[in-house]
Design a protein around this ligand. Structure first.
Ligand code: ATP
Ligand code: MG
Length: 329
């Protein structure tokens, strides 16, 4: 079975609709057809300042959400990045292969560092290289992510290719697996920028009170027109709501547009609030159940880490050998 790997940061307690529709939904379906490795990337999280207690709790909350959304730890390998030291180890080797200018071209670094008020750490700069290590350690065929990760995936492929041509074929070149319709979910208050954990404005969180989420949806920024049509250029806000609605219900955007003919934005928003509530209520119940037994949750993650280390360790051993490190024996 082909391999798939993906990760998600535990930076905020809750995932948001963009994470779910852009990535996590695909994680769930791919675990049936692929040998799947999914990790909570806590090493990535500390590229911006984290409170230690909160980070630890958010890591458990993240794992609980993945389970609640349908990741089955008997089918997929679910683990925490810091439990597998090979990620940091391979990352160092890859950093030594990365050009300074090459890393500096990453648009996400430019955006995030520009936004950040605190001093920008080197970790934020080298973040995509750690991400490349995450992927290459598992020889993944596919990497289910949102559109914002496309450039990082390209860097991963470049680094894999560079290593292979310098040291001999070692890494598989992974391909991004980006959904067509929901690759980029937009912020409800600013429908021209992506919904993001690190910019909390119009973000719909999976773990917030559904009543509050419905209210956010009702006050989503739209345009001054009246007609409900799909037109991302002229009607970014309404189009974003249609995409979300369609993804959560399985109804096509065309079908929704036809159904809302003659109705107003308010109707669409109110109904979408209900659709979201219906989707998220059982998810929240399951998250609460998983969090009620943290020891069991930790056990699931320990099992995942063991399986992950088995694969990651083999790749790293080959890499260390190829670059010429003296074996430790
Ligand atoms: P941050 O702002 O801290 O980077 P994030 O919201 O981007 O957080 P990540 O943990 O970096 O969350 O991303 C997890 C996954 O969710 C990635 O695959 C990413 O591509 C996807 N994703 C994030 N935001 C969106 C979005 N608005 N639309 C679609 N996919 C998204
Ligand atoms: Mg991100």
């Amino acid at each position: 079975r082909p391999r798939v790997l993906s990760g998600i940061q535990p930076t905020a307690g809750s995932f948001h609709l963009g994470n779910y529709l852009g990535a996590l939904r695909q994680w769930v379906t791919l675990q049936d057809t692929h040998d799947a490795f999914y990790c909570v990337v806590d090493l990535h999280a500390i590229t911006v300042e984290q409170d230690p207690k909160t980070l630890r709790q958010n890591t458990r909350v993240s794992a609980a959400q993945l389970l609640a959304l349908g990741i089955d730890p008997d089918h997929a390998t679910l683990f925490v990045q810091s439990h597998v030291p090979e990620h940091a180890q391979l990352s160092w080797v890859l950093q030594c292969l990365t050009g300074f200018g090459e890393a500096g071209r990453m648009t996400q670094f430019k955006d995030k560092s520009a936004r950040q008020e605190a001093q920008v750490g080197v970790g934020l700069f080298t973040y995509p290289i750690l991400q490349a290590a995450d992927i290459l350690l598992y020889q993944a065929h596919h990497v289910p992510v949102g559109e914002d990760q496309r450039q990082h995936l390209e860097l991963t492929r470049d680094l894999a290719q560079r290593f292979n041509s310098r040291y001999g074929r070692t890494f598989r070149l992974p391909e991004a697996y980006i959904p067509k319709d929901t690759a980029k979910i937009y912020d409800l208050q600013d429908p021209t920028s992506k919904m993001s954990k690190s910019v909390p404005s119009g973000v719909v969180e999976l773990l917030e009170d559904p009543k509050r989420a419905a209210k956010k949806i009702r006050s989503a920024v739209t345009d001054t027109g009246r007609e409900i049509t799909y037109d991302p250029a002229a009607k970014a806000g309404v189009s974003n709501l249609l995409v979300i609605y369609s993804a959560l219900t399985g109804r096509t955007v065309d079908d929704l547009v036809a159904a809302y003919e003659g109705k107003g934005y308010g109707d669409l928003k109110k109904d979408l609030g209900e659709v979201f509530t219906e989707f998220v209520t059982p998810v929240q119940d399951r998250v609460r159940q998983y969090l009620a037994d943290p020891a069991e949750l930790d056990k699931v993650l320990a099992r995942g880490a063991e399986r992950a280390r088995d694969v990651a360790g083999r790749t790293l051993a080959r890499v260390y050998d190829r670059v010429g490190f003296l074996p430790a024996r």
